[in-house]
Design a protein around this ligand. Structure first.
Ligand SMILES: [Zn+2]
Length: 336
């Protein structure tokens, strides 16, 4: 009886938690994974149409498995890396982040094409998006680069991203894309180039491949953060490395369930990672594709994994400590 009362008290406390008001930090969200049908319709009504039909995008939802995600992406892809069509999308996204009390966010973005030049394109894009910060949130941009292709291709992109970083237009580099058959090792030279230039590096690893892919990222990629990392727990030595060095892991539970990286939500290692003292945060990855938000990720952590408000705040502080932009220009809870 007492147990049941206690459980009820905890359950009530969790239910009563005002998720939206909790301060949040997000480090792992892709600019081309944000759109959803409601956003597209709202943009269209506001006279800022995005070149993807809302009905087509709706038909590609929900995403249940990797093939579904590829189909969703094929619909949402505007076919170029011109960032200009994404300005209203990102502006709407920043409005949503503010409404969820996300006080700092890094967004993974392609190198801009189709603009006067790369640096000017990036500057205009960043300024247009930041118009919506309203002193309540801080948005920073990280250049995302796919793993595939020849080392020369990745090297060229890393050099472009490094120049954008040197110009103060972006805060780091994220290496994303399919891990299978695309190890980091052949790109050691490019990764060392970025590292030596002082560019912070994130690598998506352990999402689709096992622990060996995470080792490959650590050994050859100089990451200070790893995206996903669900495979870390296959290897005790790897877990120790992450714990001892406090390498930040950007975990994305809804993404991992939607794409089948983990079979069930209950299989997700975020609670285990947290309890073992690993440095983890929570992220949406592609909120449009996975129909999630920072609020819904927090709700899931509370309901499925029993996270308390204090524990959620540890996730936030972990992410804040792993950010690539040292300078904060908005008030953030717990930072003087
Ligand atoms: Zn990602």
């Amino acid at each position: 009886m007492r147990e049941s009362c206690r459980w009820n008290a905890i359950g009530w406390e969790r239910h009563a938690l005002d998720i939206t008001s909790l301060p949040k930090v997000e480090l792992h969200c892709h600019y081309d994974g944000i759109v959803d049908p409601a956003m597209l319709r709202a943009l269209c009504a506001a006279g800022e149409p995005f070149p993807v039909p809302a009905d087509d995008l709706e038909a590609a939802l929900p995403v249940r498995g990797l093939d579904d995600f590829m189909r969703w992406f094929a619909v949402a892809d505007v076919g170029s890396m011109d960032l200009r069509p994404f300005v209203p999308v990102l502006q709407a996204h920043v409005d949503r982040l503010r409404a969820q009390n996300v006080q700092y966010a890094e967004i993974y973005t392609s190198i801009p094409r189709g603009s006067p030049d790369t640096a000017e394109g990036m500057r205009r894009f960043a300024e247009s998006v930041r118009e919506r910060e309203a002193g309540e949130t801080q948005i920073e941009f990280v250049i995302q680069i796919g793993r595939g292709g020849a080392p020369e291709r990745l090297q060229a992109k890393v050099e472009e991203a490094t120049a954008l970083h040197a110009a103060g237009l972006v805060v780091g580099i994220a290496i994303a894309g399919p891990e299978q058959d695309h190890p980091i090792r052949p790109h050691t030279r490019a990764m060392r180039f970025a590292h030596d230039a002082g560019v912070p590096i994130e690598i998506h690893a352990g999402e689709w491949c096992g622990a060996e892919s995470v080792w490959d990222a650590l050994e050859y990629g100089y990451p200070s953060r790893v995206g996903h990392g669900v495979a870390i727990f296959e290897d005790e030595a790897l877990v120790r490395r992450f714990r001892d060095e406090q390498i930040h892991i950007e975990m994305c539970p809804s993404s991992n369930v939607a794409t089948g990286s983990v079979e069930r939500l209950s299989d997700h290692p975020i609670r285990r990672a947290f309890d073992m003292g690993l440095n983890v945060g929570v992220n949406t990855d592609d909120p449009g594709a996975f129909m999630c938000s920072m609020d819904s990720e927090y709700r899931l952590l509370v309901d499925e994994f029993g996270f308390t408000a204090e524990e959620l705040d540890v996730l936030r502080r972990n992410a804040l400590g792993a950010r690539f932009q040292p300078t904060l220009r908005v008030p953030i809870d717990g930072v003087d």
